[in-house]
Design a protein around this ligand. Structure first.
Ligand SMILES: NC(=O)C1=CN([C@@H]2O[C@H](COP(=O)(O)OP(=O)(O)OC[C@H]3O[C@@H](n4cnc5c(N)ncnc54)[C@H](O)[C@@H]3O)[C@@H](O)[C@H]2O)C=CC1
Ligand SMILES: O=C(O)[C@H]1O[C@H](OP(=O)(O)OP(=O)(O)OC[C@H]2O[C@@H](n3ccc(=O)[nH]c3=O)[C@H](O)[C@@H]2O)[C@H](O)[C@@H](O)[C@@H]1O
Length: 435
């Protein structure tokens, strides 16, 4: 199939490279010329395990990139993988989606035989229910096109995680096809047929309405975020009783109804999606007159975890004027992404306390330096710990598990672990956030 993807960031590039690998002819459209050049030169514009190899193999061949929306005319289907950030009040900002939809409409309207086959425009980005219907289809139609004749719309949300995006896309738990037209459903089946053939075992396909598909994405992300907040709530109770929350989590995870994943309690969830998606669906629900109590509580609890971490440090050391090590800056291991990382409230809390911060992360240091140029950055965990009167662990990088004698070089070896990655050992004062 010939496929176009508008927006070549984390999702657009990963999906495009995987679809090319599965045999499709794919072109991505992006306004960023550096991204376009990189892909055509066979270089991945983003850091994701496995993506370099795919872009190197297919870039400039079955995978191309362009700044020209006219490219979509040679394709049967266009996915919109554009950003959906938050407005200041937490609600979804649809300006990029609407601009992309309008450009797709204008390009389609310029085609000589636009009416021959309806072109399918698929919302890949995460958008609140009814966005495709109420905000995107009208922008496409604005170019003088008729829905059903010139174009069709659908929703096909994406569930990949950063750090494992390629593997997640190629081995999905499910595919969600939100459509209102059998022709759209058939095209989505054609698109994913090579993936379903390649996957070992059956992939469930959920055929549903467009708004249901949009909502499934929010339900998925907010359920997971709330699951982590719930285990953090339970973990905070455990800490009060001196109970090990990880032993408790392992036990409840054996119950199939609960499941073992997303039960790691600690300093909370961050990243480019859980926080913005939770805020967006809460804002959208409130606009409809419903206030989602559980989701609001999940956010509130998540916001409070970093301060609980610092309160444990306060119990052992007055950090004012003292060197404190922050281990881990990325929002999760395996990525250099610092969007909404818990390291931000931790750093700001330490700054308020007057601490002399020295931070370390294996890959996210440069991104954090842009945001906080005035704190110190170490080139290893050992250097960060040297002379420190306290250390807080924010990201569960594997290398932190190997730290041992390095703690002996601390001025005051107080370690507060927000991710259960450091072993308790003799010679350090160790506090786990929930254990
Ligand atoms: N990052 C992730 O792991 C996941 C993200 N999502 C959702 O996917 C959507 C996209 O997210 P990301 O890929 O992370 O965003 P991103 O910011 O990495 O990429 C978006 C791309 O769109 C381009 N762009 C902006 N305006 C444009 C326009 N008018 N025309 C053409 N290109 C334009 C930007 O230059 C950028 O390269 C969001 O809705 C997000 O919530 C869903 C699942 C996973
Ligand atoms: O919509 C999205 O962008 C994506 O958001 C998440 O993926 P991602 O944010 O990349 O990473 P996760 O592995 O879900 O971790 C999110 C946060 O939760 C935290 N977390 C996760 C699991 C856990 O047990 N405990 C915990 O604190 C992580 O440290 C991290 O800060 C979802 O898992 C993806 O399915 C979804 O596609």
């Amino acid at each position: 199939m010939n496929v176009s993807i508008v927006g070549s960031g984390y999702v657009g590039t990963t999906v495009a490279a995987c679809l090319a690998d599965l045999g499709h002819e794919v072109v991505t459209i992006d306004i960023d010329e550096d991204i376009v050049d990189a892909i055509n030169d066979g270089e991945s514009p983003i850091h994701e395990p496995g993506l370099d190899e795919l872009v190197a193999e297919h870039g400039g061949g079955r995978l191309r990139a362009s700044t020209d929306y006219e490219e979509i005319l040679d394709t049967e289907l266009t996915m919109l993988a554009l950003p959906t950030p938050s407005n200041d009040d937490g609600s979804i900002d649809l300006q990029f989606m609407e601009a992309g939809a309008a450009s797709v409409g204008e390009a389609l309207a310029g085609a000589e035989n636009a009416a021959a086959d309806p072109h399918l425009v698929v919302t890949k980005s995460t958008v609140v229910p009814n966005t495709t219907e109420d905000r995107l289809a009208p922008r496409i139609a604005d170019a003088g096109l008729e829905r059903g004749t010139d174009f069709l719309v659908a929703s096909n949300p994406e569930f990949q995680r950063e750090g494992t995006a390629v593997a997640d896309f190629l081995n999905p738990d499910k595919l969600v096809f939100g459509t209102d037209d059998d022709r759209a459903t058939a095209l989505l089946h054609d698109l994913y047929a090579p993936l379903r053939e390649a996957v070992d075992g059956d992939v469930p396909v959920v055929e549903t309405g467009i708004a249901e598909a949009e909502m499934i994405k929010y339900a998925n992300n907010t359920f997971l975020a709330t699951k982590v907040s719930l285990i953090n709530d339970i973990g905070n109770i455990c800490k009060e009783f001196g109970v090990d929350a990880y032993e408790v989590a392992d036990a409840i995870g054996l119950d199939d109804r609960i499941g073992e994943q997303f039960l790691r309690s600690g300093v909370g969830w961050g990243g480019s999606c859980f926080p913005k998606d939770t805020d967006a669906i809460i804002a959208a629900a409130r606009e409809q007159g419903y206030d989602p109590a559980v989701l609001s509580a999940a956010v509130e609890l998540n916001d409070a975890q970093p301060e609980r971490l610092l309160a444990l440090l306060d119990d052992h050391v007055d950090v004012s004027g003292k060197r404190v090590a922050v281990l881990g800056l990325a929002f999760k291991p395996g990525t250099d992404d610092i969007r909404n990382t818990r390291a931000v409230p931790v750093i700001e809390g330490l700054q308020e306390r007057g601490a002399d911060i020295v931070a370390y992360d294996p890959v996210a240091t440069e991104n954090m330096r842009e945001r906080y140029p005035d704190i110190q950055y170490a080139d290893s965990a050992a250097t960060a710990l040297e002379g420190a009167s306290g250390a807080v662990v924010v990201t569960d990088w594997d290398e932190f598990a190997a730290l041992d004698a390095e703690f002996d070089d601390m001025a005051d070896p107080v370690v507060v672990d927000g991710r259960r990655i450091i072993e308790r050992r003799d010679g350090i004062t160790y506090e786990g956030l929930t254990w």
